[in-house]
Each structure stands twice: as structure tokens, then as C-alpha cells.
Design a binder for this molecule. Structure first.
Ligand SMILES: [Mg+2]
Length: 368
């Protein structure tokens, strides 16, 4: 494939409710839509870091800068023999994973269209649906948390994930259990605890949770191994697993039992599949997380979640769960806790150009 033209559009869509985690809050969702044209086909990807850099150091502005000044101009005009060669080339460029992912995943869309396959089939899926889990943020009151869960449970979500942080943890889990009984439940601390908080996790062990996502800072793999050895409930790593080397080290230390693989965090499908395959070899459980992204990134997450070894539901939810609007047509919907994957070639969702224009912050075309 030869890359003829790349159109980058930074869009911003208001959230239906602010999304708050242990270290920050956003009220709008930024995404950079990457439309890549090659050989008469157009593929779409999304670069979707969290605004405010409280998940990682990447921001929409830093990714926009990298995409418009270096990554896209370097990719345009280049020819590759295979998708793998193109993905490896992008991976080897300077720049952050959150910027590269928009271009890399667009190439998978092009390749799937070229092979006349739905994206999830190109990725190796044998199923046509993804199981979806509900994720809820932190709220001012426990009642708000409970009413949010109650509002979405009728959609059949396969599990509930609540955000916790020091001072707001055991009481929240206890309240959810008291109101909703024995639902499949897990916590995500977004790295906000230290080993000094181990007794809190020992208390949480009494509530039969599915997993504890990222209790400790990303780099604290040795401490995570100590914590895991003292707990019944499996630890799931998210922020810790940026690279293949991180995965190897965490596995060797026994820092966790479950991997949350985010396509954005690892820079695209090629790296996500490498991590997925390695986790399989190591006998670790896997699921696919989201930031969340807008529709393109979410549809990609849903596609990857159909892979056979994804043992737990994804965080990908219905488009209407977070955003007042979305850029894909049709919207992602969750029925009985499942997202049905389209059977049309490529990503399988149309990108609505009128929405791109309505929510556009900036646009740049790289064609020479
Ligand atoms: Mg997480």
C-alpha cells in the first residue's frame, strides 16, 4: 500500500456527564480522527488521549502536534509491501503511542476493506459479538453512584466497574453490594494507592470482586507482586502495561493475573495483538479497555474484544453512555450486554462528515 493522503480532524464532543477518576475530571471528549487514503480506499483511526493528562502524559494537543508536524508528513507518500511492515514502521517512529495509534489503526481498516473482511475477522476473531461491561466514575455522593448504575443496568451490561480512590473505596463497594446484591463487580483505582493501603484491599477481598484494576502506580510492579501475593482477588494491570517489556517484567514478578489491553495505550493493533498473544502464552486473563474513545476507537475496541481469549467483558459501552453525540453512523448500541459487530468490510461504521465539521477544533490535510 502507498499512502496518498492523510486528513487529520481534531473534534471535541460534550460528555453527557463529567467523567471523574482518582486524579482528574473531564467534561468534554477530544479525539483526533485520522483518515488515511491508500490505493483508492480510505481507512479511519482515532488518536484519543484523555484531555488534562491525568491518565498519561499525552494530551490532545501533544498528539495533534506530533501527528501534524512529524508522523503524518513522514507516512504520506511512503509505500509498504504489507500491513505488518507499515505498522512496524509507525511503531519505530519517534512520538507517543497515543498519537501513532490513529494512523496505525486506519491502515488496518484499509487492509480489512482490501481483503473484503470485517475488521474483527482480520484481527482473528471467531465470534461476532463483544460482551460489554459498565464503567462508572467517581461521584460527589454514593447515591449518585448507585442511581447511575441503576440507570444503565437494564441494558444488560455483563459487569460493573466502579472507580475508587483513597477515602472512597470500601464504603462504595459495600453500598453497591447492599443495593444490587451479587452482580459481577470490580474496582479501578487508576494507580491511586500505595502498598501502605494494603489493608483496604484485604477488606475489599471480602466482597467477592472480579478483579482490582491498577491499585498501585504504573511503575510499582514489585509492590504489585507483594500486594497480589497477599490477596485472593486477582489484580488487573492497565497503566503499567505500556510496552512488551513491561508485560514481561510484570509477568516474571507475578504482579498481576489479568491484563487490560488498550489499543490506544500500546499504539495500535499490531502491539495490542503482540501483548494479547503473549498473555495467552503466559496463561494470563485478558480484556480490552478504552479511554473511552469516540466511536472509531470504541468500535475498534469492540472488534478486538471478540477475540477468543478475551475472558472478561470490555469497557466499550454504548455511544450514548458517555457522549451527547458521536461521529459514527450508526451509533454503538448495547443489547442484553452485547455489542454486535458489523459484517461489512473494514471498521463497518460510516464516519459522519457533517459531525466532523460540527465538532471540529482543527483540521489539516497532508497530501504533499
Ligand atoms: Mg483503568
Amino acid at each position: 500500500m502507498r499512502i496518498d493522503r492523510i486528513t487529520l480532524t481534531h473534534v471535541r464532543i460534550p460528555l453527557g456527564e463529567p467523567f471523574r477518576i482518582s486524579n482528574g475530571e473531564v467534561a468534554e471528549k477530544d479525539g483526533i480522527v485520522c483518515a488515511v487514503e491508500a490505493g483508492g480506499l480510505t481507512g479511519f483511526g482515532e488518536s484519543s488521549p484523555m484531555a488534562g493528562s491525568f491518565y498519561s502524559a499525552d494530551t490532545p494537543d501533544s498528539c495533534w502536534q506530533q501527528l501534524t508536524t512529524s508522523l503524518a508528513p513522514a507516512l504520506r507518500g511512503r509505500a509498504f509491501a504489507t500491513l505488518d511492515e507499515a505498522s512496524a514502521w509507525i511503531d519505530g517512529q519517534p512520538g507517543s503511542n497515543f498519537a501513532k495509534v490513529g494512523l496505525e489503526t486506519a491502515l488496518w481498516d484499509i487492509e480489512a476493506q482490501r481483503q473484503n473482511l470485517p475488521l474483527h475477522r482480520l484481527l482473528g476473531a471467531t465470534r461476532d459479538h463483544a460482551e460489554s461491561g459498565l464503567a462508572v466514575g467517581l461521584y460527589d455522593s454514593t447515591e449518585q453512584l448507585l442511581s447511575t448504575i441503576a440507570r444503565y443496568l437494564p441494558d444488560g451490561y455483563k459487569r460493573v466497574k466502579i472507580k475508587i480512590c483513597p477515602g472512597h473505596d470500601v464504603d462504595l463497594v459495600q453500598a453497591v453490594r447492599a443495593r444490587f446484591g451479587d452482580i459481577p463487580l470490580m474496582t479501578d483505582a487508576n494507580a491511586s494507592y500505595t502498598l501502605a493501603h494494603r489493608d483496604i484491599y484485604k477488606k475489599l477481598d471480602e466482597y467477592g470482586l472480579k478483579m482490582y484494576e491498577q491499585p498501585l502506580p504504573g511503575e510499582a510492579l514489585a509492590d504489585s507482586a507483594i500486594l497480589q501475593s497477599e490477596l485472593q482477588t486477582p489484580i488487573c494491570l492497565d497503566e503499567s502495561l505500556e510496552t512488551f517489556a513491561d508485560l514481561e517484567r510484570a509477568a516474571e514478578l507475578k504482579s498481576f493475573k489479568i491484563a487490560n489491553i488498550k489499543i490506544q495505550r500500546v499504539g495500535g493493533f499490531r502491539n495490542a495483538l503482540r501483548l494479547y498473544n503473549r498473555c495467552r502464552e503466559l496463561g494470563l486473563s485478558i480484556w480490552i479497555g478504552t479511554m473511552p474513545e469516540l466511536g472509531i476507537g470504541q468500535a475498534q475496541g469492540a472488534a478486538m474484544s471478540t477475540l477468543a481469549a478475551c475472558d472478561y467483558p470490555t469497557d466499550v459501552e454504548a455511544s450514548s453512555r458517555w457522549f451527547r453525540d458521536d461521529i459514527i453512523e450508526p451509533f454503538l448500541v448495547v443489547r442484553d450486554g452485547n455489542i454486535e459487530l458489523p459484517q461489512t468490510p473494514g471498521l463497518g461504521y460510516r464516519i459522519d462528515e457533517s459531525k466532523l465539521q460540527r465538532y471540529q477544533v482543527a483540521r489539516q490535510v497532508i497530501d504533499k
